[in-house]
Design a protein around this ligand. Structure first.
Ligand code: PAF
Length: 285
């Protein structure tokens, strides 16, 4: 695996892959890698002869400087995992090369970015869209792979890629879970043992939502069931619950009390101590 610490170095690496006639899949990350990231690498490897990863803790997508400072950084372990997974090249750039002095261009999906999680984390999706555009421009992949767990992020990236004619295929990869159901996340390592157990209420709530939908429940009863599940867990503070149309994230068209009749995406976020976790599920009636 080629370790590249500059834009010039990764461009050379990718040019080499192209010169050999290979297609390139990209996995962008902020490091602190876990098996969920490896499932993205595996998906990219299934489709492409060469896989490039990036590790960059992007300052512009963090509202709270403490959250940026506390974000786990585990470079040596990350590199070992990428190597073992068969990644061909990794870019670990310096922040001042990604955001050079005087840089003033941003990329923003105007509606998708400000709704739902975007409403409580102003600027977050603008930071994501901007850095992902930069990483796309730097590596120029054929396709890029993102986790479905970050559901709104995936929709923002799909939309900007389409709107800006980037010509890159965007693949959503299903959420990988621990054996007990907790969605894998780089933030899980920061949970106390008690909060680690408490955090299972997220997947439990989504399972319950699925059962309610299967039994003919309405959007409102699904919402109620999820809230009840979270309320049963005193260590959890529900910070966001949205039941929306998949992909567009638009409000549902159906009546809230009628049995579910259209596909939905459920997005939950909850705080456990200092750690904010998210989870998501799509349900088709
Ligand atoms: O999902 C992430 O890890 C980040 O938001 C991303 C896409 C790498 C952009 O910084």
């Amino acid at each position: 695996m080629q370790l590249c610490r500059s834009i010039a170095a990764i461009r050379d690496a990718v040019a080499g892959f192209r010169a050999e006639g290979h297609s390139v899949g990209l996995v962008t990350t902020m490091g602190a890698l876990h098996d969920g990231h490896m499932s993205l690498i595996a998906a990219a490897k299934r489709d492409h002869a060469r896989v490039v990863a990036t590790i960059f803790v992007n300052p512009t997508q963090f509202g709270d400087p403490a959250d940026l400072d506390n974000y786990p950084r585990t470079e040596a372990a990350d590199l070992a995992m990428l190597e073992a997974a068969g990644c061909d090249a990794v870019l670990i750039p310096r922040a001042d090369e990604i955001y050079p002095e005087g840089c003033e261009t941003i990329v923003e999906t105007q509606n998708l970015a400000v709704r739902l999680h975007g409403a409580v984390r102003p600027g977050h999706f603008r930071g994501v869209a901007t850095v992902v555009t930069k990483l796309f421009n730097i590596t120029r992949p054929d396709a890029a792979y993102f986790g479905e767990k970050d559901y709104q992020q995936l929709q923002v990236i799909r939309r900007m890629t389409r709107d800006l004619h980037m010509g890159i295929e965007i693949h959503g990869v299903p959420t990988l879970r621990e054996a007990d159901g907790l969605a894998m996340s780089s933030r899980n390592v920061r949970l106390t043992p008690e909060d680690r157990i408490a955090a299972l209420c997220l997947s439990r709530a989504l399972d319950r939502a699925e059962r309610v939908a299967a039994e003919g429940g309405s959007p409102r009863s699904i919402d109620d069931a999820i809230r009840a599940c979270l309320a049963d867990e005193p260590r959890a503070t529900l910070t966001g619950l949205d039941i929306v149309a998949p992909e567009s994230l638009a409000p549902l068209r159906q009546a809230p009390d009628a049995p579910l009749s259209e596909p939905i995406a459920i997005m939950i976020s909850a705080q456990f101590g200092e750690v904010l976790l998210i989870d998501q599920r799509e349900i088709t009636p």
